[in-house]
Ligand binder design. Sequence first.
Ligand code: 3HC
Length: 305
Amino acid sequence: ISRGMATSSPMRSAINHVTIVGGGLMGSGIAQVAAQSGNKVVLVDVKEDIIKKAEESIVASLKRVAKKLHKDDHAKGEEFVKSTLANISYSVDLQKTVKSTDLVVEAIIENIKAKHTLFTSIDSVAPEHTVFASNTSSLSIGEIASVTKRKDRFGGLHFFNPVPVMKLLEVIRIDETSEETYQKLMNWGKAIGKTCITCKDTPGFVVNRLLVPQLGEAVRMLERGVATSRDIDIAMKLGAGHPMGPFELADYTGLDTTKYILDGWHEKFPDVELFKPVETLNKLVSEGKLGRKSGEGFYKYNTTK
Ligand code: 3HC
């Protein structure tokens, strides 16, 4: 296949078939929103049991979306769930899957080696026109892309949790990202119902660069005894209009995730005060108190819920 301008057909400029790699919370959410807007989606993971969990969480989330979209029409809601699910298939065979895909969105663990292995394994197998993207929240897109021969067809697509609800998508360009790739990513983001913003390949992009230090500052404020965690949460909800206070949000996204992001930045930028280790956060993580998912973080949760 030639990549010359003259032969590039308009058919290939649209993204219709997508491969989402990683069946965790983010991967399942991305697969779901893509399928909701008519994309043919294959969700790939190495483990069958993760795929099964992903499928269950997609069904549960779709039912919530259906309730919202078709409040008074149960049949229409059911049809929405059914037709969306028909757009999603599941696989453990990544190399086979990417042979017929327009876009690969990687949402696996935040480990540069694992991401390099993944992209190396598909670079020579995926069609020429296929665009690669990473949903990383803490690693550099350029560093992830460095192992591929398609840096011009590489970018970042950073989604937010819960993906079916949060309207933002950060589209990250690296120096090599071509204008065509960038336009494809922006258009796809819009097509799946997100509002896209453009951002450089910098630590935390826009949202996490502002949000994560704020979570750290909230914990430091708690450590100084300024106010209780509950009162700080109330303050930020009622005084700043945030949907969740910093402690609720840290519990929601996972204290291990917040710690991981801060640690990575601290290592790279040891002089930045805002990135310095946060004692209480580290203590809770070391005790296995990771937030909602483990039943306890800054707050306790009813795990049977
Ligand atoms: N799937 C589908 N629908 C969902 C859902 C899901 N997983 N989770 C919530 N919803 C829907 C609910 O059904 C409900 O719909 P309704 O309005 O029709 O009733 C609506 O969303 C609101 O949910 P709830 O009533 O259960 O609860 P809240 O009103 O408290 O909203 C929330 C929950 C949307 C999570 C809201 O609290 C919120 O926006 N919190 C902030 C989340 C945030 O900041 N996320 C970004 C984290 S940073 C990140 O992701 C980056 C990463 O790199 C770390």
